[in-house]
Design a protein around this ligand. Sequence first.
Ligand code: KIV
Ligand code: ZN
Length: 385
Amino acid sequence: MRKIDIFDTTLRDGEQTAGVNLNAHEKLEIARQLERLGVDVIEAGFPAASPGDLAAVKRIAEEIKNSTVTGLARSTQKDIDAAWEALKDSAEPRLHVFLATSPIHMTYKLKKTPDEVIETAVQSVKYAKQKFPVVQWSAEDACRSDLPFLAKIIEQVIEAGASVINLPDTVGYRSPAEYGQLFQYVREQVPNIHRAKLSAHCHDDLGMAVANSMAAIENGADQIECAINGLGERAGNASLEEIAVALAIRSSFYQAESRLELKEISRTSSLVSRLTGISVPPNKAVVGKNAFAHESGIHQDGVLKEKSTYEIITPELVGVSSNSLVLGKHSGRHAFRSHIQKLGFEPGEEQLNTLFKEFKDLADRKKELTEEDILALLLEHKIQP
Ligand code: KIV
Ligand code: ZN
């Protein structure tokens, strides 16, 4: 099995979610939980962005010992110096430096020629390597870059000392097949690529961030960048929990695994949601409130007979105590009886028929029935526990 490094960017790209602003204390609390979750790399922030962020990254770098801590820098000495100031006391100082490589970004944003971009990238990596033992280099907007140019700049930044090469789908534009081909291309066309790890960083603008990340794994990525609850710029980054579980339950397909403690996933998601103020949609895979809730009678009956009929992930795997059978108008007799039994009641067959009929009438009027509704029904019919 190949080991995939999980690089969590909740505290950097995740903090770029519109409306999110974490203070140093909140960042540290999340970093501690990410360490418990077992992420390999925590991107704690962007030290040059503000004195507060520099201080937060520094505090995290000093305390966290079981995950590598990194910070982002643009390709300038000022940014790299700020990152060094924040990260120098970490167990293994690691820098994440980036520069855009697509014609759109080079022309309109950087206003540099391709040769100037190569020169800037190489100089930034060389400068960073004077201080940092590990330098990750990202080709921002890699997915809209000219492929031979991308191969050329990657070869040169590896020569300059970069040991992790990240190929971000910055604007969430590619399909899984295309993103996979990009990894294949780089592996085949960059002669010194064996000296670096390859990393994926996907945005969710077209809802394909997780699928693209999994395609990268299939095509040789060694590191996946992702964020808790899929937070991040615009539509967000690939969500860590979905990648983690897909990798765990399909490890024989991917022939790869992570070292994550999956049972920490649910509480990590709740913590991040509470501290960022961004709630998790109920239908979100793995961590949504409905991820393990069965509504229809057919599904509830199946799950009561054998969970694997409709559950590919056990709730316990990600730290959720149990699944739930939601009582509503689609619920069947089997689930209704099971609920009543859990409440400690054992009505006879005839009583159950009457109760079930009244329950269905009520369910037509009310979307989701609560325990109180069922207890009221039992009380009305004078049924004792
Ligand atoms: O999306 C992106 O390209 C980024 C880089 C800074 C890695 O977040
Ligand atoms: Zn990003």
